[in-house]
Design a protein around this ligand. Structure first.
Ligand code: GDP
Ligand code: MG
Length: 595
């Protein structure tokens, strides 16, 4: 145990965590030159394509130090995006230390601070790592000052390195050995192992990643899940190097995987404690804070016979993503589906893509919404996550919307732009602190304004330099209305949304216009209207189609005709026919597409 070091690699997105992980694996890991690819830990196709880490990945490597002493290093590469911070906090709870990676050509960003504070709160040793020093624009000294001034941790023990070229990696490894404590725990105590992650394998059943905190676990052991008291036999266990290696035993301090041949989903939950049946621990470990989704949306299979399969896919996926929430939902426009809760828009996008790729589903989703708190006249409080379930106005005493505390970090010259964006988004300034080069701003902004397109706007008005971190803090009384959309005079429940009165007319106009652009023309006129209560506040008409698509071809080039028809067919896949009108996926998202 003295020779084990467990740590997480944390940072703002793109500061180089996954690249640094590659260097560690290349230097001390269990992959041959041929097996080594760049960003080996981003195993999901989606991660590779988007160049982001979505799931935290754990790896065991073996390092021999200057004095020929052998060490087992277990590290976890974590995602940097705010939507996946739950992955980060789980990884940290399996670690004694954290490498705080900061891009030394950029500097401290909002997520650097947030992740660092999470690590410090959990009592971890944090090593500041000034990365990308190979870049000509790198200025490690300036960035160290930023870390000390803005975050408030000392850079006495910081390391300067480049994950790309490998400079400084040796000093970093030495620093890990010397500064991060070995795991505590008692190998003779009853087994307590924390389930950090779980996923479903069609052949093996549930595979769980665990951190053994006390005792040890062997192949063949009869284990007990402390939350349910259910017992299972360990069929196989081992570590990731990052290859899956089988072992006979995991001892306290180690991080590894176990398989117990469990096919029933939700038998081992993330945060559960595993103990031995014949020598059980008295108490479970503290587990993880339950997290609440920030946005909700309906998801419906385009073919209604896929409903059961969709349900199974959600069950399997939620095993691997404890932050995903779902419950059955039935809407008149889209039929049977699920109301799902997500941590943010990126999370929603990723889940939808994973469902489509990993499970071959074809889904239509409604515009996401935040959750509202409604005080009724009978003094009951209800939480509304679906605009179409908005109660009758006469029942409502007070409507409250969720407010987020936002921390924004930006270089000075963008202050004007950012302040006007925040006020446009109904923000209330709480604090403004000037550091050398940067300013940190604290605002209270309605969550609905933040989760949709705030981040993109913030990036574009600051040439990409401003960064944002936010969290829900409270519900606050607000002037809200439900906006309904009517297509050919029929109210479509799946298109209803909740908006603020301040700019309801303006918004309604923009939404109607956007829909007009997105819904394809058909053989008849389509009237699109937006209403609040019984008042139509915006309208527009999609004129009927005159020519068919092929008419555009003029000549008789058959391959072109085929291509056009092919394109039209593909376009159709993502549509839902509602009251004779084909509504494409994008139209459901019109609210997100307007500024
Ligand atoms: P992550 O989001 O923190 O996991 O960051 P990645 O490891 O995916 O790296 C983000 C980008 O920075 C990629 O394009 C990397 O090639 C690049 N990068 C990472 N480390 C270095 C480095 O040390 N030097 C340079 N020049 N580029 C780096
Ligand atoms: Mg990454």
């Amino acid at each position: 145990m003295k020779n084990i070091r467990n740590f997480s690699i944390i940072a703002h997105i793109d500061h180089g965590k996954s690249t640094l992980s590659d260097r560690f694996i290349q230097k001390c890991g269990g992959l041959s030159e041929r097996e080594m690819s760049s960003q080996v830990l981003d195993t999901m196709d989606l991660e590779k394509e988007r160049g982001i880490t979505i799931k935290a990945q754990s790896v065991s490597i073996f390092y021999t130090d200057k004095n020929e002493k052998k060490f087992n290093l277990n590290f976890i590469d974590t995602p940097g995006h705010v939507d996946f911070s739950y992955e980060v906090s789980r990884s940290l709870s399996a670690s004694e230390g954290a490498l705080l990676i900061v891009d030394s050509s950029q500097g401290v960003e909002a997520q650097t601070i947030a992740n660092c504070y999470t690590a410090v709160d959990m009592g971890l040793i944090v090593i500041p790592v000034l990365n990308k020093i190979d870049l000509p624009t790198a200025d490690a000294t300036r960035v160290e000052k930023e870390i000390e001034n803005i975050i408030g941790i000392s850079c006495k023990n910081s390391i300067k390195c480049s994950g790309k070229t490998g400079i400084g990696i040796d000093s970093l490894l030495e620093s890990i050995i010397n500064n991060i404590p070995c795991p505590k725990g008692n190998i003779d105590s009853p087994l307590q192992a924390l389930v950090i992650d779980s996923w479903f394998d069609n052949y093996l059943g549930i595979v769980s990643l665990i951190r053994v905190k006390n005792g040890s676990i062997k192949k063949g052991s009869k284990i007990r899940i402390m939350s349910s008291s259910k017992t299972y036999f360990v069929e196989e266990l081992g570590i990731f190097t990052p290859k899956k290696i089988t072992k006979n035993m995991l001892i306290c301090g180690e991080i590894g995987w176990i398989i117990c041949g469990i096919k029933k989903i939700h038998s081992i939950l993330v945060g559960d404690t595993i103990t031995l049946d014949h020598y059980p621990a008295l108490l479970p470990l503290s587990g993880f804070k339950k997290i609440k989704p920030q946005i909700y949306a309906g998801m419906y299979p385009t073919q209604s016979d896929q409903f059961l399969y969709f349900k199974e896919a959600l069950q399997k996926l939620s095993l691997n993503d404890a932050s995903l929430f779902y419950e059955t939902d039935n809407c008149s426009a889209l039929g049977f589906g699920f109301r799902c809760g997500f941590l943010g828009l990126l999370h929603m996008e990723i889940i939808q893509s994973r469902l489509e790729r990993e499970y071959g589903l074809n889904l239509i989703s409604t515009a996401p919404t935040v959750i509202y708190e409604i005080l009724l006249h009978n003094n009951k409080i209800i939480y509304l996550d679906n605009p179409s379930k908005f109660p009758n106005k006469t029942m409502i005493k007070e409507l409250r919307e969720p407010i987020a505390e936002c921390n924004i970090l930006l270089p000075k010259k963008y202050l004007g732009n950012v302040l006007s964006l925040c006020s446009e988004k109904r923000g209330k300034q709480k604090n403004m602190v000037f550091h050398n080069r940067q300013i940190s701003l604290t605002y209270e902004i309605p969550l609905s304004e933040i989760v949709f397109n705030f981040f993109d706007r913030l990036k574009s008005i600051s040439s990409g330099y401003a960064s944002l971190e936010y969290s829900f803090i409270k519900f606050k009384k607000s002037n809200l209305d439900r906006l309904d959309i009517l297509i050919n005079s029929e109210k479509i429940d799946a298109l209803s949304l909740i908006i603020h009165k301040k700019n309801s007319f303006n918004q309604a106009k923009k939404i109607v216009k956007k829909m007009k652009d997105l819904i394809p023309r058909q053989q008849f006129n389509i009237a699109i209207q937006a209403s609040i209560g019984n008042n139509i506040i915006a309208r527009s008409t999609i004129k009927q189609l005159r020519k068919n698509v092929i008419a555009k071809c003029y000549g008789g080039d058959i391959t072109r005709k085929k291509k056009l028809l092919e394109k039209q067919k593909r376009g159709k896949k993502r549509m839902k026919n509602i009251g004779n009108v084909d509504i494409p996926q994008e139209a459901f998202f019109s609210i997100l597409k307007i500024n």
